[in-house]
Design a protein around this ligand. Structure first.
Ligand code: MOS
Length: 695
């Protein structure tokens, strides 16, 4: 090999990049298995009730239609650990869009025609889909997403807040949001004659999908193979096994042929999760010098009647700023809505919009610069737990961001910068995301020809996982990165956790690091040439990751945004966004920058264009395609810059990395909202900031 070793952090080009842009990469709905049939799911068209009859004769008479699966004839499955996977098992319709049938045919068009030919009758029941602040169904759950306690109290918030000389009491309202990855959820399933199930699946973690399918179909895990070679984005909505994998496997079992099921975009909103809407009350009490004395962040949210998922939006308030007295709490109501789930930085993205907007309101009330206000309340230890931080780069990010952005000398008065009819303003907000890590397995193999092969069932959801894992291995093996092959995306490989919670690289990377280090040791003890089959070392980080860290471990960041608001049309354009992040050691500067910018762009969408509106009468979201659910286009996402502060943190993992997938979105919408407030003087406490709201 002629290449020099590239150090960790080098901008190594994505290994599968060329395959992806040339179409050579095969996604889960592109496997072209011989004899493959196509399936079209059938969503319930009532918001609540039960199916009284599904008449299939007309559909079955259509050319090409092979089967119609309903709750009456679908294979019976075992109870899944996630109730959203219990599909076609009974006549119950918990929400509009719940899948009640599946048509299987020779072509996708035949399957779709078959679905349209079904005659379905329902018995409807009254539905309740609207989250309100006084909803009688609101209750306090035990825990919220992530396993955090729903409520935390420190000191005496009420007394301290009443006594505070400067107070903010503001309520922020966020509607639901949908992840909408480019690749829809898709599974192609195939049973071999010996009863082995193979599923090509679009999920973020093939080990978990394998285990869920094994449970549902009452198989041993070694009787199921799940392949997720390429995944076209997920952002959390593919983080848990999704019903299309079960449906495709059921249909393949029923017909005896391979079956491909790619979710129609317009069906996705109901069955792939969403960021739950939140109503968030934030109260901040401060001394005149800006010292926070009391902080309360209380949220309400919805879940479905199928399962309890509670958006943990008040959790970041336990981490961010010092305050002797605090209360953070969540309540939730189970409505007749689709089940909410993970969407990029669940909890943090919503919660930090509210908290960082409130900080800006407090800065205005105090007459203190909003960067300075945050610096004055930067705590020495994690406020809620009292633990020391393993590293905390917030102040560094705020300072470096302010320098790079040109924040100094900003006139804080609103609505004074103009360019003709445009009002200009700037805003800042902080970002944070916790360090998660999970146990992983990996193997490292040295071949007789001097090359290496790493195997780990990691998933590349577009982030560059193969590339960074090759870098981690190469750094340990002291070999050029080109000399390392990385196999991921197949449940036959060593078990590994999902690509989620910004934990993939740290979790998989630790096991890769450990396997590679073990291999180096073994090779060092050897003399003479390697055997023909080479040498393989396997590793498991179960023991390393089991114990809770004595440190509070979080990534931090700071966003700066400049907006121009058209005073005639109410249109907001983001002229530039600048983020600085402190996320431990950055392992690949090219793919990391791409992740940060991607997160910031998603935050721009959250601020300006994205929203899912619940129609209370119809009982479903009105935006169900990319023509109505507006994600930012390239023309919207201009001037986005991401920088970072390299942190040396010995309390993380052998690479010293935190996680970068989600922090880019956290706080981004608040920075834009704060800039709009600076530009116009108008404080809108709801998103997105569309022209109708601004005028
Ligand atoms: Mo992320 S929302 O954990 O895929």
């Amino acid at each position: 090999m002629s290449h020099a070793p590239q150090p960790l952090g080098a901008p190594v080009v994505r290994r599968e990049g060329r395959d992806k842009v040339t179409g050579a990469a095969r996604y889960s709905a592109e496997r072209d298995l011989p004899g493959c049939l196509y399936a079209w799911p059938v969503p319930a068209t009532v918001p609540r009730g039960r199916v009284t009859a599904i008449r299939t004769a007309a559909a079955m008479a259509l050319p090409g239609v092979r089967a119609v699966l309903t709750h009456e004839n679908a294979p019976r499955t075992e109870e899944p650990d996630d109730p959203i996977l219990a599909v076609l098992q009974d006549d119950h319709v918990p929400h509009r869009g719940w899948q009640i049938a599946l048509v299987v045919a020779d072509t996708l068009e035949d399957a779709r025609a078959g679905a349209e030919a079904l005659h379905i009758t329902y018995e409807t029941a009254p539905h309740d889909v609207l989250l309100t602040e006084d909803h009688p169904g609101l209750y306090t759950p035990q825990t919220v997403n992530g396993g955090y306690p729903a409520v935390r109290e420190r000191g005496d918030f009420d007394r301290a807040f009443t006594a505070a000389p400067v107070r903010i009491d503001a309520t922020y309202t966020l509607g639901a949001l949908h992840n909408h990855p480019m690749e829809p959820h898709a599974s192609t399933a195939h049973w071999s004659p010996d009863g082995h199930l193979t599923v090509y699946d679009s999920g973020q973690g093939a080990t978990k999908v394998r285990d869920s399918l094994a449970t549902v179909f009452k198989l041993r895990p070694d009787q199921v193979t799940v392949v997720s070679e390429h995944v076209g984005g997920g952002f959390g909505c593919k983080g848990t096994p999704r019903p299309q994998a079960v449906l495709a496997a059921m249909a393949a079992l029923h017909t005896g042929q391979p079956v491909e099921l790619a979710m129609p975009r317009r069906h996705m909103a109901a069955v792939v999760g969403h960021r739950a809407p939140t109503v968030q009350r934030v109260r901040l009490g401060a001394e005149a010098d800006g010292t926070l004395t009391s902080l309360a962040h209380e949220i309400i949210s919805h879940t479905s009647t199928v399962k309890e998922f509670v958006e943990q939006a008040a959790v970041p308030a336990r981490v961010m700023y010092g305050s002797a007295h605090s209360r953070t709490g969540h309540r939730v109501a189970a409505l007749d809505v689709p089940s909410p789930s993970w969407m990029r930085a669940p909890g943090e993205a919503s919660g930090m919009y509210a908290l960082e907007s409130a900080l800006d309101e407090l800065a205005s009330a105090l007459g203190i610069d909003p960067v300075e206000l945050r610096l004055r309340n930067d705590p020495a230890g994690e406020p809620d737990s009292g633990k020391p931080f393993s590293s905390r780069g917030l102040a560094g990010c705020l300072r470096e961001g302010a320098d790079r952005f040109g924040w100094h000398g900003r006139d804080p008065r609103p609505a004074i910068r103009r360019e003709g009819a445009l009002l200009l303003g700037t805003g800042v907000a902080s970002a944070t995301y916790p360090v998660y890590i999970a146990a992983s397995h990996a193997s490292a193999h040295a071949a007789a020809d001097g090359s290496y092969r790493i195997a780990v069932n990691a998933t590349d959801i577009g982030t560059g996982a193969r590339t960074v894992l090759a870098q981690i291995a190469a750094s340990v093996l002291a070999t050029p990165v080109e000399n390392v092959t990385v196999d991921i995306g197949n449940s036959e490989l060593p078990d590994a956790p999902l690509a989620g919670g910004s934990s993939g690289t740290a979790s998989w990377g630790w096991s890769v690091h450990k396997a590679a280090a073990g291999l180096v040791r073994q090779l060092g003890e050897r003399t003479g040439p390697l055997p023909d089959g080479g040498v393989t070392v396997t590793a498991d980080t179960g023991s390393e990751t089991a114990a809770e860290s004595p440190y509070a471990r979080h990534a931090f960041g700071a966003h700066f945004a400049e907006v121009a608001v058209d005073s005639r049309t109410g249109e907001v354009r983001v002229r530039r966004m600048l983020g600085v992040f402190a996320a431990g050691r950055i392992l690949n500067s090219r793919t990391a920058r791409s992740q940060f910018i991607g997160g910031m762009t998603m935050g721009l969408g959250m601020a300006l264009t994205e929203s899912s509106t619940m129609d209370p009468v119809f009982g479903d979201y009105t935006e169900s395609d990319l023509a109505s659910y507006h994600v930012p286009a390239c023309a919207d996402a201009v001037g986005i810059e991401a920088h970072w502060i390299d942190e040396e943190d010995p309390h993380l993992n052998p690479m010293g990395s935190k996680g970068i997938g989600e922090i880019g979105i956290v706080g981004a919408a608040a920075a834009i909202g704060n800039a709009v407030r600076h530009a116009t003087g108008a404080r809108l406490r709801t998103l997105p900031l569309t022209p109708d709201r601004l005028l």
